[in-house]
Design a protein around this ligand. Sequence first.
Ligand SMILES: *Cc1c(COP(=O)(O)O)cnc(C)c1O
Length: 357
Amino acid sequence: MITVTKTFFPPIEDYQFQLQRIWNNQWLTNRGALVLELEEKLKKHLSVSNIIITNNGTIPLQIALKLLGNCGEIITTPFSYVATTAAIVWENCTPIFVDIHPEYLTIDETKIEAAISDKTTAILATHVFGNPCNVEAIEAIAKKHNLKVIYDAAHAFGVTYNNQSIFDYGDVSTCSFHATKLFHTGEGGALFCRDASLQHQLFYSHNFGHNGPLDFYGLGINGKISELQAAMGLTVLPYMDIILKGREEVFNYYNTNLNFSKLKTIKIRENTMWNYSYYPLILQSEEVLLGVQKALNEQQIFPRRYFYPSLNTINYVFGTLMPMSESISSRVLCLPLYENLSIEHLNKIVVIINKAL
Ligand SMILES: *Cc1c(COP(=O)(O)O)cnc(C)c1O
């Protein structure tokens, strides 16, 4: 069976080495030595000045929205994983959807201003499949209308834009270190912020609001990660170069061998160093998609319909029509992509798709 992704399992001896350190320390959570070490290593690896590692990639969205959303209207994309919209609703904010760009698949910045009202407090946009949003245009709009910008950068580990980490953009960026993501800790995530005062608020918010054992800065929740998960992160991180190289090869194979007269893939924004996190096929219709999916499934190959349905259509929001997102969402299929997918399997996948078209 070939699935859309395969979690990277480092050699078990490497993990046991990190576990031994935990046993030596007799310290299992509350920002222990391994969490602190992983934060330092990730800052270097990503060239960022600040990071707060969290227990998943959803709680950082909630914390950012709690601090910056102010229960107002949040301009957001309908083409993302459900967590983006769910976090907005969960924090008693209202998602206001803006349609997506047909090629970049990120929020269409030219349509944002028309969606702003006097209740708008923030923009929450996703660097979908690791492809950066138009961060300059979004920043200009946010400045003009005095809005905060949060980026759901769950897919964007290691991506740089204009030679700068994509996590440096916006008031806050978040990432996911879930097992299906590029870099993982099993479950985990992170908050990135360059403003010292906001960083301080994010930090205490993720740790029950604590200011020492007996005092509190303010409201907080439990967003902490344990040493066991940090151990996985420390074990996986040294393999990131190999993981990226392998993914690039798979990406290049698809690019050279698929029949692009009848399909498209995502257009990566100019000046981006991308991370090969997903391979979205954009087919001509949902009917074609279902045919391709069926042909692959019959050979035990399981691509995924990321992201379907378009989030403006889910049952707990009052979304307006989003023609581009609804269209793309019905026609996009993410192909298997992981570092050790063999040429033999890749060839099989490509032959099935080209034949089914
Ligand atoms: C995976 C993902 C999340 C949620 O991350 P978790 O670590 O699973 O909580 C949020 N947004 C997007 C776009 C994602 O793909």
